[in-house]
Ligand binder design. Structure first.
Ligand SMILES: Cc1cc2nc3c(=O)[nH]c(=O)nc-3n(C[C@H](O)[C@H](O)[C@H](O)COP(=O)(O)OP(=O)(O)OC[C@H]3O[C@@H](n4cnc5c(N)ncnc54)[C@H](O)[C@@H]3O)c2cc1C
Length: 397
């Protein structure tokens, strides 16, 4: 097979790594908010476990509560690439704030935008876009985490209602949620429901004390003969698990973007510390072992960033990205963990003192990225399954 004509090969086109002007502005605005406002109060969040009201006002002022919601329902309707930009910048700040926002706008919103009917969208989305109503996603149960399809919560049809019974755990935003995008077993499989927090028979159980993510509460949601109208069913009965997988697939790419942001922040903090801290008569950064460590942190972070944005771009094109979004999540979470741990090593003993230097908080926050939204093992299961189906390499055309 011959090469194309030299004139065509010489033309510079097709691949463009620059961001559009509006995306650069979006990136700068969110970065500014995170650095100037959120990172200014990270110790307060650690101490109180609460997100200060002015940060929520800041998210509202930027329109970020509605970042996944189409403009006709009052949101920004961002593309996946734009969401990745927002989440990368949010990853530079306290993860309690980032997680609160990303569950509301991600798995809390996407299922409604994609699978709910018009009446449900008109009811929920405008108030979610302003942050008046906070959304949550209730899939995990004590006996069903990685193997979410094993969930045991039941939804039994009774006239114009469903009766829910079961227990969800580790549900982000549960104590603050207005409603839950919740999964339960019906007679023909798993179904999805929009369950309001004030439904009779629904209560919030234990609020878990987590290692990181201060300000973002995860809790039990207990359903005891919880009665909801039949109109709370989302889409078709029995299709809920497909909807859950679709919500999670997009969330993987944006969580991966958040990991890139945290890794980049850790790299910057470590570089600054290594420049000012002296040992053996010279700055740490002048010891080649430290400089090489920083170089590897940078290389890993750049590589993850490219994989993440490629996955986001594929999703925006409506192209298959099952392997790519799992690859983004796996690579970004694992490499960010290595980078953040390397950064803490550069801080020495100072890095391990609680709430002294920011790196210690990032280290605690980041650890769970390898566990939730599909653990690293689950991502490898997904990637390996795709490989066996012949999905070996992302097509270029
Ligand atoms: C901070 C936080 C927030 C969360 N928010 C939410 C939320 O908003 N909504 C929600 O529904 N859930 C949420 N979760 C739950 C989260 O998604 C689960 O914890 C996660 O899916 C893992 O499930 P599990 O904890 O039951 O671990 P398990 O499934 O018990 O797995 C334990 C370990 O075994 C590994 N493993 C499991 N199966 C295999 C296998 N086949 N091969 C190899 N290794 C395997 C896992 O990777 C993991 O390392 C949250 C969890 C946390 C910690």
């Amino acid at each position: 097979m011959a090469l194309p004509p030299a004139a065509l090969l010489g033309e510079r086109r097709a691949m463009d790594f620059r961001l559009a002007e509006e995306d650069r502005l979006l990136r700068a605005a969110v970065r500014n908010f995170v650095e100037e406002q959120a990172n200014a109060v990270w110790r307060e969040i650690e101490r109180t476990g609460e997100l200060p009201a002015h940060l929520l006002d800041g998210l509202r002022a930027l329109g970020l509560f509605g970042l996944s919601i189409p403009p006709e329902y009052g949101g920004l309707g961002l593309s996946v690439v734009q969401k990745a930009i927002v989440h990368e910048m949010m990853g530079r700040g306290p993860w309690g704030l980032a997680s609160f926002l990303s569950v509301h706008t991600g798995i809390g919103c996407i299922g409604i935008v994609r699978f709910a009917n018009e009446t449900q969208k008109r009811h929920y989305l405008p108030k979610m876009a302003t942050g008046e109503w906070i959304g949550s996603f209730a899939l995990t149960e004590p006996g069903a985490g990685s193997d979410a399809g094993a969930l045991a919560t039941t939804a039994t049809r009774s006239g114009d209602h469903y009766i829910l019974n079961g227990r969800k755990i580790f549900i982000t935003n549960a104590p603050k949620a207005h409603h839950f995008f919740l999964f339960a077993r019906t007679h023909n499989g798993i179904s999805a429901f929009l369950v309001d927090a004030d439904s009779p028979g629904l209560s919030i159980g234990q609020v878990f004390d987590t290692t990181g993510h201060r300000g973002s509460d995860i809790a039990e949601v207990i359903l005891e003969d919880c009665r909801i109208p039949a109109t709370a069913l989302v889409g078709e009965e029995g299709q809920g698990f497909e909807y859950a997988k679709r919500c999670l697939a997009e969330g993987r790419t944006t969580l991966a973007a958040r990991c890139v942001g945290a890794a980049q922040k850790a790299l910057e903090l470590a570089l600054e510390y290594a420049t000012t801290r002296h040992t053996f008569g010279q700055p740490l950064v002048d010891h080649q072992a430290i400089a090489f460590r920083l170089a590897q942190m940078s290389a890993r972070t750049e590589a993850s960033r490219l994989v993440v944005y490629r996955s986001a771009w594929l999703l925006d094109q409506g192209l298959p990205a099952i392997r790519e979004s799992s690859t983004a999540k796996l690579m970004a979470a694992e490499s960010a963990w290595q980078t953040v741990d390397d950064a803490l090593q550069i801080f020495g003993g100072n890095g391990y003192i609680r709430a002294e230097y920011m790196i210690e908080r990032i280290w605690r926050d980041l650890r769970v990225a390898r566990v939730y939204d599909g653990s690293s093992e689950v991502q490898q299961i997904v990637i390996a399954r795709q490989l066996r189906k012949g999905d070996l390499e992302t097509p270029w055309e």
